[in-house]
Design a protein around this ligand. Structure first.
Ligand SMILES: [Ca+2]
Length: 313
């Protein structure tokens, strides 16, 4: 099953699928470029093909801020944060969403993993995609790409989590060149903003190239956790990519990153709480007892200290 097989599928589509056909062809072109000489010259026919899956790596939460919003006559408090996940693996993350009828709100997502001989292996049902209508954007979200959670400091039991509606995956920043990425792409391949204003699509591709990452800004849609009901205490803020483990990767060991936080309602639950980062734990699911000597308060708005910059290393 190789590129030729996929080209056959493209050519076999009906005329009304021209939109995503074009994107499909672009994705295939990108894959062919990414494969480089292997794609054009091939490799020894008797050599077993080696799968080249992605390796998603969750970055630490950054640019934390506590926002006060009014819901009716009640004040609510949201802990906002930037999130980011990069592909450090030898191959791209590529998901293909399809549906048989427009009555189906959710497309089934299949994952395509390329191999060293240029073929593509398909794993069906790794997730879903849904067209999301929000006040500032309307496009197709891959569901359950990342998850944000606040967990108990000692037991790591889930306390509360985000309510984000999914993610428009794309190549939005380059991983620093000093970091080794096996299959680093030379150029951006995925980034058409997930078919904005096209709810009637029957199929769509979203992906993340090796050496590229995708980030989401604090307090944009779903980039927060409501902490209004939490008691004063110490918690763990955990960001996880591929939280259900359904996407094929080289490893899941680097899919979580954690900050240890102290939340104190000094002025009662009607006023903004004091939030302090106590511990910084990259590539870790929880970090009970961690203590960061640079502990500092989380600013009350996005103009405050961008302490995430200090966490970049
Ligand atoms: Ca991973």
């Amino acid at each position: 099953m190789g590129l030729a097989w996929l080209r056959m599928r493209v050519h076999g589509c009906s005329a009304r699928r021209q939109g995503w056909q074009g994107r499909f062809a672009a994705v295939l072109f990108g894959l062919a470029v990414a494969l480089g000489p292997q794609a054009s010259t091939g490799i020894a026919l008797d050599a077993p093909a080696t799968p080249l899956p992605p390796d998603l790596n969750q970055a630490l939460p950054r640019h934390l801020a506590v926002e006060r919003v009014m819901v009716g006559d009640r004040a609510r408090f949201r802990l906002g944060f930037d999130s980011a996940a990069a592909n450090m693996g030898p191959g791209p993350l590529l998901v293909h969403g399809t549906r048989r009828s427009r009555l189906a709100r959710t497309m089934r997502a299949d994952q395509l993993v390329r191999a060293s001989d240029g073929s593509l292996q398909i794993t069906k049902g790794v997730g879903g995609l849904r067209f999301i209508r929000l006040h500032d954007h309307r496009h197709w979200h891959f569901l359950d790409f990342e998850r944000y959670e606040i967990r108990d400091d000692r037991t790591l039991e889930l306390v509360t989590r985000d309510r984000k509606t999914g993610f428009c995956i794309g190549d939005r920043y380059r991983v620093e060149r000093k970091i080794n990425v096996l299959g680093r792409a030379t150029h951006r391949v995925y980034g058409d903003n997930c078919a904005p204003n096209r709810p009637r699509l029957m199929g769509i591709f979203e992906g993340l190239s090796p050496g590229f990452g995708d980030r989401y800004k604090a307090l944009l849609e779903g980039q927060h956790i409501d902490i209004s009901r939490l008691h004063s205490g110490i918690y763990q803020l955990v960001h996880r990519v591929n939280p259900a483990g359904r996407l094929i990767e080289t490893t899941l060991a680097n899919n979580s990153a954690t900050l240890r936080l102290r939340i104190v309602w000094t002025r009662g639950h009607e006023e903004r709480p004091d939030v302090t980062v106590l511990g910084v734990c990259p590539n870790a699911f929880g970090c009970a007892g961690a203590w960061w000597p640079g502990a500092r308060p989380v600013p009350s708005d996005l103009q405050g200290t961008p302490f995430g910059a200090a966490l970049a290393s």
